[in-house]
Design a protein around this ligand. Structure first.
Ligand code: NI
Length: 130
């Protein structure tokens, strides 16, 4: 982890891959990750951790499978949302979108259980910033 400030704009400008988060910094046992996203991610679930989203630019939608049924939350730029642990979810971005995600270090982007991972989705625990 850098002991200097991290410009999120510079961090996001340092890579092009979609659905492939970079670890901007850490706080206690959590990663603060940034990612560029567009199109569909994959249905998945994190059994043991909540997952925090902040939309930096664009618009993120997250489909959720809850006890009451399926719904989609819409997060314009500047919105935050936490997916509760154990809730199946599938992020989707209708336009090029930049997000910040906070979750425990080592958390996989495709969770503990998931549908088949498409080629455009990076199954990763996050990459270091260059
Ligand atoms: Ni997730």
């Amino acid at each position: 982890m850098s002991n200097e400030p991290i410009s999120l704009a510079s961090a996001l400008a340092s890579f092009d891959a979609l659905w492939s988060p970079r670890i901007a910094t850490t706080v206690n046992d959590y990663d603060v990750r940034v990612a560029k996203v567009e199109g569909e991610h994959v249905w998945h679930v994190h059994d043991d951790t909540d997952e925090f989203f902040l939309v930096l630019g664009g618009e993120l939608r997250i489909a959720l499978r809850e006890a009451a049924g399926e719904r989609t939350v819409v997060l314009p730029r500047g919105s935050v949302f936490t997916v509760p642990r154990g809730t199946e979810h599938k992020p989707y971005a209708p336009v090029p979108t930049e997000i910040l995600v906070i979750e425990p270090t080592g958390t996989s982007t495709v969770g503990d259980r998931h549908d088949e991972v498409p080629d455009h989705v990076d199954a990763t625990t996050g990459h270091a910033l260059n």
